[in-house]
Ligand binder design. Sequence first.
Ligand code: B12
Ligand code: SF4
Ligand code: SF4
Length: 395
Amino acid sequence: MSDKWEKLKAEMQAAAKSLGIDKIGIASADPFVSLKQILLRHRELGRESGFEEPDIEKRTNPALLFDNPQSIIAIAIAYPSKLKDPPKSEPGARRGIMSRSAWGEDYHKVLRDRLAKLEAWLRERVPELRAESMVDTGALSDRAVAERAGIGWSAKNCSIISPELGSWIYLGEMITNLPFAPDEPVTESCGTCTKCIDACPTDALVGPGQLNSSRCISFVTQTKGMLSDEFMRKIGNRLYGCDTCQTVCPVNRGKSWTHQPELQPEHELVKPLLVPLLTIGNKEFQSRYGRTSSAWRGKKPIQRNAVIALGNFKEASAVPDLIRVLEQDTRPVLRGTAAWSLGRIGGEQASAALQAASDKESDEEALQMIHNALFALSEGKRTEQSAIEAGDHGE
Ligand code: B12
Ligand code: SF4
Ligand code: SF4
């Protein structure tokens, strides 16, 4: 690399902070040969989520996205992981939780802003700059680029972990025609730790750095259909995304980043009361959540997850609200899921509503959920009855 590019690279690294970028590194624009094999195998094993760019050639060969690429600039922006004095979730006022990646303003917007600032900064110095930026929705694997550029190591929980910032970082990149020399990948690693694999609620981490997406709760929270009993139980009170494999990670201990103003959470949005979500209108949903990254699938998955969370809390005070969903919601998925929650909470009122709904429900899947809930309730009663007969009073 000539002195000119070395000097510019050093200046860019020094300017990163003032451009709102927490970490910056350079990756070569060579094809990602080993990633290609990983992605092909990942597909063969049916482990994709369906949210990735489908063209594996494009994903692994920057030259198919950009004419004669010379380098890829990788950036990372750090986000908060802790709520200061969070509102309490308690009986009668149960709350759900949004994953940290959905706190604050949509990270796509924030990273695009930083990449645009970086591009302007570079263009001032190199008028012949050509650049193509991407965040999340681009063809490249943001993690593979970040790993190659020395942002962090590719960890057993799949995340890129920066030794200084932890895994609470969003990633983005810019393919350029600037011949910057690549940085060295980070060598630090997970060692013998397996905390994330052990803590994953659904065993979605099938090996170090290997995810079966269809079992990942983060993915499940973003689907729109009816869920299995197993997933509904394991979702807990998560409304969007899942942070478990990161919160248990020892490298993240004590790390929470509060310096990016747009990424700071609003408590009532990220840990909202569940009952009001059941009837939130489109306009209100847009005005509350439209600027966050949780809104991209619309309000339906979040409402379904709120219904599930109330069932998991066994929140008896929400039975009338859930009955309203069961009887009046126009979406079969919401009605069917409300049946599941009512079955989980139980009681005379829930039972009667389920019985009545079983005569009226016209959607096959929702009807099945109602029958399952009634069955679960009758099984519950039977177990209770035999426990009483056996002299067990549950003390
Ligand atoms: C599809 C997708 C998902 C899917 C599938 C995730 C997955 N792990 O594949 C779902 C919906 C489940 C998801 C969930 C999440 N996601 Co997501 N997701 C993506 C997306 C769009 C593509 C990922 C992809 O191609 N996966 C396929 C796998 C095979 O490839 P890869 O992960 O890119 O590449 C790595 C693996 O192949 C790994 N690998 C493969 N085999 C092996 C073997 C060993 C031994 C090792 C060590 C590594 C390894 O090495 C590669 C480089 O790290 C990227 C954005 C992008 N365009 O890249 C964001 C992205 C990965 N997601 C991100 C985030 C924040 C999340 C969540 C934390 C959100 C949340 N809180 O709920 C979770 C984390 C779940 C997890 N454990 O991975 C960030 C990750 C930031 C970081 N620090 O790593 C990204 C980069 C978005 C961004 N621009 O910031 N996501
Ligand atoms: S995000 Fe949750 S479900 Fe997905 S791998 Fe991590 S812990 Fe498991
Ligand atoms: S929990 Fe342990 S194994 Fe998992 S990512 Fe963190 S350091 Fe690596």
